[in-house]
Design a protein around this ligand. Sequence first.
Ligand code: FAD
Length: 386
Amino acid sequence: MNRIVILGAGYAGMAATVSLAARTKRRDDVRITVVSADERFTERLRLHQTASGQQLADLRIPHLLDGTGVDFVHGWVTGVDAAARTVCVDDERVLEYDRLVYALGSVADTAAVPGVDDHAYTLNSAHDAELLARRLADLGTGTLAVCGSGLTGVEAAAEIAERHPALDVVLIGRQEPGSTMGPKAKAYVQSALTRLGVRVVSGAEIVKVRPEAVDLAGGDSVPADLVLWTSGVRVSPLAAAGGLRIDERGRILTDGTLRSVSHPQVYAIGDAAAIRQGYGVMHGTCQGGMPTGVHAALSIARELTGRQPGRFRFGYLHAPVSLGRHDAVVQFTRPDDSPRRFCLTGRPAVWYKETVSSSPWPSFVRLKRFPSAGLFAWRRGGRYTR
Ligand SMILES: Cc1cc2nc3c(=O)[nH]c(=O)nc-3n(C[C@H](O)[C@H](O)[C@H](O)COP(=O)(O)OP(=O)(O)OC[C@H]3O[C@@H](n4cnc5c(N)ncnc54)[C@H](O)[C@@H]3O)c2cc1C
């Protein structure tokens, strides 16, 4: 029996699970187990909508896996032992594996600045976003400081400002909002934030979060009733503790085929993996995460039939950013994620962004039946990844 355990049922883990189940369905010597903290699929791309008080679709992972033969384990992974090839769930259950797919994702880095862990809300899980939604509903008026002016911070500030117009929303960060985009898209982001009444404090180094304020380097403080932290990226310490080789951020170092460089029976995918391409190490996105899951499934299926896994190549296509429910901007990119001249704004961008955000679940349904469909779903990056 080939025991394959997949840790995490987010965008990458789900893509791997359904693709692998479909690719091995005729074999009775393969047992696939997926471990997930939740039965409900977390649409992380939409957690800023949850935080603003919107209800998302109730997408149930066990229902999607019906008929695939995959064992669904509802639990929290508490340990990985790469040498013994075991995984501990909720400290009690021990799962043995022959191959592991590690897809535990990432969260905002709440350890980077004092006070964040104690006083700030996050979009790290559906539960965290719901907690913020409840507090915002109770607050009515007051100030919300959104810390981190990356695209997650921009989306959250815009969504909450639109939904809670009586609230004073201030977006604080080092960079100007939209700084990774081209000039047209960046200007569009900034004018949309102004229209929604979001105050922007950029060039700011946050040094402390207190219950009633965000302190900046240089001595200034921004008073705030609530703080949302969206900055930085942190991964689970389980990979390092389990003996897998990691990079300086704790992500599992992979070879060109997505296998761990220290333990080749472990595939690392999505945000939890350090995946090098010709242009550098991929940064965490759903856009890149799902292809890593599809690729890992194909590679494992190949290994099971005595073939070698192929090289993973990926190039970025776009950065779609919502600016509330009625506005958006889509920056098209080169494969290395640098901005192209072309961007979409307004209604076409709203449609585009919504199409992208709602596509993962139907993609999983499709992959369940046609696993090869996943292979055509991303750009390989041409000369950027050769
Ligand atoms: C508000 C927001 C908006 C975003 N917008 C975009 C966007 O527009 N486009 C884009 O490409 N990317 C976007 N991203 C980033 C994107 O969500 C991530 O890159 C993507 O989710 C990574 O997929 P993943 O499968 O690696 O991790 P995840 O989707 O986070 O899945 C990891 C899963 O593992 C589970 N898990 C973690 N630890 C454990 C444990 N110990 N035991 C059991 N389960 C565990 C988690 O609960 C989660 O379900 C956004 C992120 C946020 C927060």
